[in-house]
Design a protein around this ligand. Structure first.
Ligand SMILES: [Zn+2]
Length: 346
């Protein structure tokens, strides 16, 4: 039995190492398998924190334009990383943030893949027109299941369980006003306040059963919805969303809904837009890496298209900012985009 699991996880790891650009096969949304209790969810195919740190350090050595920085430590003492590409401080700057919630890891897998792309000829010239900041796996303790509460009910098998909360069982994405947790403090003091950031995409995963127009979504998006956000900041956020929507919607696997989010400023989409005047977009991808609820977890056969969705999002937005086409992007699609709804269980 152990041997079977090992074989599966090696096959999974090989699938993950294939470049999203190189792999033509992706499961169509709607046919993408959900957990349903039948399929193994094996966390061994995901980067551990240590593997991620090694990966980032190797890319830092390889890539002349990349600078890797430690912005602080998690409760359990893990270094939190910022990968940055700043050729000209006068250029507009975008920040990509992943895994505030530790059990939402495919966005980090996509961000790591994108960092590799930034060192290749494919991306040559792009960083001449845009500064890129990437904070992967902000909630490193939650991602490793290294927390001071029980994860016994969690579904995934493998070397670890992954949880939404940090080690102190706090939701980091409700801590953007008080900034009490060390992870949130590190982000605000050493990234948000230190750089002149224009755009931010906050990358998450949602439940697996959301649909729009009768079809399961690959994800959902939303701009700041607090009345305290500057209308110009909101407009630029909608343009950021338009770039993402157009890039994803044309893919066979891509189908996005509008996220039904509130106006609380404790969450980054709203709080960071108000406090720093940064145009923000929340991107919630389908299905989580681990959870105690079956309907939230997505079978790992969907990993390929969800990682690709992250890479496509990051690639499209940096290009649209670099060539300034984002500034004239039409935002009228937001008026007709339906809110996603939850498919009733059978
Ligand atoms: Zn989340």
């Amino acid at each position: 039995m152990k041997k079977t699991v090992l074989t599966l996880s090696i096959a999974g790891a090989m699938m993950l190492s294939v470049s999203p650009f190189g792999s033509p096969v992706a499961n169509a949304v709607g046919n993408g398998p959900t957990y349903g209790g039948n399929e193994t969810i094996n966390t061994s195919i995901l980067h551990t924190y240590d593997e991620m740190a090694d990966y980032l350090k190797k890319q830092d050595v390889k890539q002349q334009d990349m600078k890797l920085e430690v912005i602080g430590q998690s409760i359990k003492g893990r270094d939190l990383y910022l990968a940055k590409y700043i050729k000209n401080p006068k250029n507009p700057t975008i920040l990509f943030l992943t895994q505030q919630h530790g059990n939402e890891q495919l966005t980090t897998e996509g961000a790591l893949e994108f960092i590799k792309h930034l060192g290749t000829d494919k991306m040559k010239g792009v960083t001449d027109g845009v500064n890129i900041l990437i904070v992967p796996m902000l909630n490193a303790d939650g991602a490793m299941g290294d927390v001071d509460f029980s994860l016994d009910d969690y579904i995934a098998k493998g070397d670890r369980n992954l949880t939404r909360y940090n080690a102190a069982e706090v939701d980091l994405n409700r801590d953007h006003i008080t900034k009490i947790q060390p992870e949130t403090k590190a982000l605000h003091n050493n990234v948000m306040k230190k750089y002149n950031i224009d755009y931010m995409i906050d990358l998450h995963h949602q439940g697996a059963m959301s649909e729009r127009d009768g079809k399961l979504v690959s994800g959902s998006i939303l701009y700041p919805t607090t009345p305290n956000a500057d209308p110009e900041v909101v407009q630029k956020s909608k343009q950021l969303g338009a770039v993402v929507f157009d890039a994803i919607d044309e893919k066979g696997w891509g189908h996005l809904g509008k996220y039904n989010g509130g106006s609380a400023e404790t969450i980054s989409r709203n709080g960071i837009a108000v406090e720093y005047g940064i145009s923000t977009l929340l991107f919630e991808m389908r299905g989580m890496s681990d959870h105690e609820y079956e309907s939230y977890v997505l079978g790992q056969k969907s990993n390929g298209y969800l990682i690709k969705q992250t890479v496509t999002t990051l690639d499209a937005t940096v290009r649209a900012i670099a060539d300034r086409s984002i500034e004239s992007k039409d935002t009228s699609f937001w008026d007709s985009l339906s809110y996603q709804t939850t498919r009733p269980s059978e």
